[in-house]
Design a protein around this ligand. Sequence first.
Ligand SMILES: Cc1cc2nc3c(=O)[nH]c(=O)nc-3n(C[C@H](O)[C@H](O)[C@H](O)COP(=O)(O)OP(=O)(O)OC[C@H]3O[C@@H](n4cnc5c(N)ncnc54)[C@H](O)[C@@H]3O)c2cc1C
Length: 566
Amino acid sequence: MSSTERTDVLVIGSGFGGAVTAYHLAAGGAKVVVLERGPWLTGEEFDHDFKLGSSYTRVFDFVVGDGMSLLGGNCVGGGSVVYFAAMPRAPRFAFERHGGIGRRMWPAAISRDTLDPWYDRVSEALPVTRQTWDDVSYAAGLFGAACSHAGRTANPVPVAIDTALCTNCNWMMAGCRFDAKRSLLLNYLPAAVAHGAEIRPLHEVQRLSRTDDGDYRVHYDTIDAEDYRISTGSGTIDARIVVLAAGAGATPMILQRSEATLGPMPHAVGRYFSGNGERLNTAVVDEERAHELFGLSRPDGRVYAANQIGRGPAVASWDDLDGTKPEYSRFSLEQLYFPPGLGTILAQTPDPTGATWFGPRKKELLRRWPSWLTIFAMTEDDNEGVFGPPPPTGNAYRISQQMLGRGTLSYRPTANTLRGWAASDAEIKRIMERDGLSTVLPWTNDVVGAYTVHPLASCRLGDDPATSALDDRHELRGHPGVFVTDGSAVPGALTVNPALTIAALAERAVPGIVRAARERGVAVTYGAPGPGGETSGRAATARAAATLFERPGHDGRVITSPGETG
Ligand SMILES: Cc1cc2nc3c(=O)[nH]c(=O)nc-3n(C[C@H](O)[C@H](O)[C@H](O)COP(=O)(O)OP(=O)(O)OC[C@H]3O[C@@H](n4cnc5c(N)ncnc54)[C@H](O)[C@@H]3O)c2cc1C
């Protein structure tokens, strides 16, 4: 007799893809265990400093790759704890993209229209709200004015932030002390726990295998709370259903490592990675010109000098999200705040030999740090990222106690991606340098390569088995009962921030997961309200859920009732 622990559903990772599925399956009556490699911190534990061991270094995972580095969350709540909570929906054309495969990348079943009701559900649950111009920071207002001066429109972005609670401290990347940011720690995760889900922090999943009775066995290590390089133990849990939601930079490694025991993985596992076409430019604002051009002044006599006041991205310009433009020429621009530690990485100064990080010009640039305004571009890349063989554990070879590792991603931007970056750089320069408003220092890949905070597409959805790892219900091809619901499922760059799309896709995946669980004898129903009891988004998704539920499963059986709970 084995003494291995058993559960109905094992969820790997507690970010958007994990939290949404864990809540619905627990609310439907399944026994759910969530394994999360990072620590579990709450409000008062989020520090306002950068010291080693502060929440900053504990809750981040920074993985250096070859040509691209990845920054993501490493804690219960995943990326939602460290993110800026900008929550736009992806534009219609993003779902129609062909990318490098010459046909639509997304499955036929998913379009902006079919995803809208699922977007509604997440927007109601977090909730996502519209900001007004009165809510936005000085930096965002200045970016809006600069856009207008350059003949562009700009808008406050929809956010998952309670602006009445926000103090504009701009420390939201370290976790929000004021519970103003609507992270998953405030909605889906506590609701999952209230329905009996168990969340286990500092548990890093390494691989899956099969049991004799056809279930999946999940192998994990426990991680030391201070030095993440140290494993304090290991264990296994058997589950009828496994949901992988470790993020697009980690889910493929778990599957690659499982190939020896589960059998061949779809070709697309660990391929077609997209960094969401990201790019950062730093503009150093000429304070006098800002006053002359826009009549700006603050009560204390300063004009702007307010880079450090506010929160994340507050205003975006969406004029280039035009579906009639050719692929790789569409992008959005967002004003974005990066804290000084990371700002130093961004800051390079041009001299006759190219960009440099040192010397008097760099010193002068850093001195003027409060006058910076950083602009974040999200373009269309070419899904050119490929992960090499997985490291022995986790998603990277850990270098330091916390935060830093070297990964296996190789990213060589194609001419299409470079064209998109060049177009967005040029437009930022046109907006921000007009009439001497600022000097723009573009990102250069020469120093640290490209980077992304929006990893996507490394186990993507699709209709074509040759170029997608998941069917349109997020089930891993060839491995029934294994689902992927994180950013790796998104087929390609979205040209906007992806978290709302990832969460909406996870909501949409739940009926199919419930169906698969019921086929395996789990007593679970579908149809719970939102995590706070919200029900108004439910009517519009009921029909879609029934369709997803009623379609024949891999065994050809048709189950006709999703077992709605009311
Ligand atoms: C600084 C920053 C700002 C951002 N701002 C925005 C924004 O404003 N708007 C937006 O839309 N997006 C933003 N993002 C991106 C957003 O956070 C991600 O797109 C989103 O969190 C991805 O969700 P996910 O479910 O794919 O994975 P994640 O949220 O990354 O969750 C994955 C979880 O799995 C855990 N994990 C990894 N490996 C294992 C393992 N082996 N075993 C167990 N657990 C594991 C991780 O620790 C993590 O908690 C930002 C990201 C960063 C880093």
